[in-house]
Design a binder for this molecule. Structure first.
Ligand code: BDR
Ligand code: CA
Length: 304
C-alpha cells in the first residue's frame, strides 16, 4: 500500500483531495496534519474531522499545526470557500475538537516519517509552515521520505492570491523557500497553471455532486455557495492523485526551483531555474500534463 501523510489547510478542494485518498484502495492515510490557510487552524481541524466523519474514517489521527506563517505577516485568509473553509454550510453533527490528537502536527510529522522510514508519500496542500518547522527540528526528514507532492506555486509568474503569487506559497513564502530548498527528496509540484490547464467542466461537477450518496450530498452542501464558474478546478486533488498513482502525471518539467522573498510585486512567487543557472543539484518535477480520464475516475469514485 502507498502510505500517505497529508498536510492540509482544509478548504473545499483539500476536502476533495482527502476524499480521493480515502477512496483509493491502494492508499492508506496514516495521519492528517493541519495548518492555517483557507481559514483559521481551528476551523481547518474541524473541517478535517467533518470529512473523516462523512467518510466513516474517524480512526485516522488528526493533528493541529501552525496557526500562522513563520514571520506572521499574513492572517488566515477568507477565500472563496467561505469563512469556515467549507462554504459556511450548516452542520449540526460536526465532531468537536476533542477528537484531535494531543500531539502537535510538527512532532507527529517527524515521528511518523521516522517510524516508516523510506515509505511515506507526504502530500502538502496548504501553506508549507508545518513542513518547514519539521525540517528545522529534524533535518534528516527529507531523506526519509519516499516522495513529497505539493500543491502550490506558479510556473509563469501569474498568481491567484497576488498578481505574481499563488495562495499557498504567498501565505508563507519563507516556509515555501525552506521546503523547496531543504526537502531534497523526490519532489513533485502541482503548480497553479497546471491545475487550471487540467480543469474539469462544470457539467462534470454537477453530475458528480448530484449522485445519490451521502458523500455527494456533503460535497454539494459545502459547494452550494460557490460562484458559478465556467470551469471546475480541484486544485489540491492533482498533488494527491500524483501521490497515489505516479503514472497519472504523464509529463513533467524537471528543474531547480526556489521562492522569491523580497520582490516588490513578486513575494511568494515560485522561481524556476529552467536554464540551470544555479547549477543546483536538487531538481524538482513540475507537473505539466496528466491522464485526465484517470483523474476524473478517481475523483468520481471519491463520492461513491
Ligand atoms: C490553493 O489555495 C487554497 O485556497 C486551495 O486550497 C489550494 O490549496 C490553490 O491556490
Ligand atoms: Ca489547500
Amino acid at each position: 500500500k502507498k502510505l500517505l501523510l497529508v498536510d492540509v489547510d482544509c478548504g473545499v478542494d483539500d476536502a476533495q483531495a482527502m476524499m480521493m485518498a480515502l477512496a483509493a484502495p491502494e492508499a492508506e492515510v496514516l495521519g492528517i496534519t493541519c495548518c492555517f490557510g483557507n481559514t483559521t487552524v481551528d476551523h481547518v481541524c474541524k473541517n478535517v474531522l467533518r470529512v473523516l466523519q462523512v467518510c466513516n474514517r474517524m480512526e485516522i489521527p488528526v493533528f493541529r499545526g501552525a496557526s500562522n506563517s513563520l514571520l506572521a505577516e499574513v492572517n488566515p485568509q477568507f477565500t472563496h470557500f467561505g469563512g469556515d473553509g467549507l462554504g459556511d454550510a450548516e452542520d449540526p453533527t460536526s465532531p468537536g475538537l476533542e477528537h484531535l490528537q494531543k500531539e502537535d502536527a510538527v512532532h507527529a510529522l517527524i515521528r511518523i516519517v521516522n517510524q516508516y522510514e523510506g515509505q511515506i508519500n507526504l502530500v502538502a496542500l496548504g501553506p508549507l509552515t508545518n513542513l518547514a518547522l519539521a525540517v528545522k527540528i529534524d533535518p534528516s526528514l527529507p531523506k526519509k521520505l519516499n516522495k513529497l507532492c505539493i500543491m502550490g506555486g506558479n510556473m509563469e509568474g501569474r498568481g491567484n492570491r497576488t498578481a505574481c503569487a499563488e495562495f499557498n506559497f504567498y501565505l508563507d513564502p519563507e516556509a515555501a523557500y525552506i521546503v523547496t530548498n531543504e526537502f531534497t527528496c523526490p519532489t513533485f509540484i502541482a503548480a497553479l497553471e497546471f491545475t487550471q490547464e487540467n480543469c474539469l467542466t462544470t457539467e462534470y461537477f454537477r453530475n458528480w455532486v448530484n449522485q445519490d450518496t451521502e458523500k455527494a450530498r456533503f460535497m454539494k452542501k459545502i459547494t452550494a455557495k460557490w460562484p458559478q464558474k465556467q470551469f471546475f478546478v480541484s486544485y489540491d486533488s492533482y498533488a494527491m492523485a500524483a501521490a497515489i498513482e505516479e503514472n497519472i502525471i504523464t509529463e513533467y518539467v524537471k528543474c531547480a526551483v526556489s521562492v522569491e522573498l523580497h520582490g516588490r510585486y513578486a513575494r511568494g512567487m515560485l522561481v524556476l531555474d529552467t536554464e540551470d543557472k544555479w547549477k543546483k543539484e536538487h531538481k524538482v518535477f513540475l507537473m505539466k500534463k496528466c491522464n485526465l480520464d484517470r483523474f476524473k475516475e478517481r475523483l468520481w469514485n471519491s463520492l461513491l
